[in-house]
Design a protein around this ligand. Structure first.
Ligand SMILES: N[C@@H](CCC(=O)N[C@@H](CS)C(=O)NCC(=O)O)C(=O)O
Length: 224
């Protein structure tokens, strides 16, 4: 099995899950800035010219949520509840909400700070982020209300929905995301950082740079 990745949030979900589940895979880092995703060979695997992409035998799969579900099915993990249709619907609801609402609301902050700084493509546009605050607050209110009585997004346990929703929001403190006013989101994100594979998803070569993430030790509540 191969997983193609760059150091960005969608592959992060998949690499963290693969590590968490102990999946044996060849992790192929692509060179975004050198045009690695635009080569004919890679575009033949993923016509979106994006990562992650998983190749397992004859199967070629893109979209991180689908890849995460596949890895769970392959390893028998209930982080994607393949055996429980009502739970599947619950997880699917949050994956859909992330794709339609939460992801687009947090993405400007993540892009302006984390992506630009990771790939050296300029300073953050603070004016653009000021215009993005209201939309993020609108959906943060929904998620915060949902998490008020819960430790996880769905099924009262860790699922791929947590990884899907947290991959950009986890960087809220360094991205100007106005999430300090949403204590249940902060508690949930801080607890996720206590999962070793979530805190350290990157393979060895990228791990040194990623070690800066270890500063997030100010966790408020243990993972349940
Ligand atoms: N919905 C896709 C998103 C894929 C995506 O946007 N990947 C980004 C990294 S987070 C990428 O490959 N960016 C490179 C580019 O657009 O050139 C998924 O979840 O897999």
């Amino acid at each position: 099995m191969k997983i193609y990745w760059i150091k960005a949030q969608a592959p992060r979900r998949v690499l963290a899950l693969a590590k968490h589940l102990g999946v044996k895979a060849e992790l192929v880092e692509m060179d975004l800035m050198a045009g690695g995703l635009k080569t004919p060979d890679y575009a033949a695997l993923n016509p979106n010219k994006k990562v992650p992409t998983l190749v397992d035998g004859d199967l070629v799969l893109w979209e991180s949520a689908a890849i995460m579900a596949y890895l769970c099915i392959k390893t028998g993990s209930d982080m994607w509840p393949a055996q429980n249709p009502p739970e599947q619907v619950e997880v699917l609801r949050w994956l859909s909400w992330e794709a339609s609402h939460w992801g687009p609301a947090v993405a400007p902050f993540y892009f302006e700070h984390v992506v630009k700084s990771t790939f050296g493509i300029g300073p953050p546009d603070h004016a653009l982020l000021a215009d993005s605050v209201a939309e993020l607050e609108k959906f943060a209110k929904v998620l915060d209300g949902h998490l008020a009585q819960r430790s996880f997004v769905a099924c009262n346990r860790l699922t791929i929905a947590d990884f899907q929703l947290a991959s950009m929001a986890s960087y809220w403190r360094e991205s100007e995301m106005p999430l300090a006013a949403f204590p249940h989101i902060v508690r949930w994100l801080d607890a996720l950082w206590r999962i070793p594979a979530w805190a350290h998803p990157w393979p060895a070569r990228a791990a040194a740079a990623a070690d800066q993430e270890t500063f997030r030790t100010s966790l408020q509540e243990p993972l349940q």
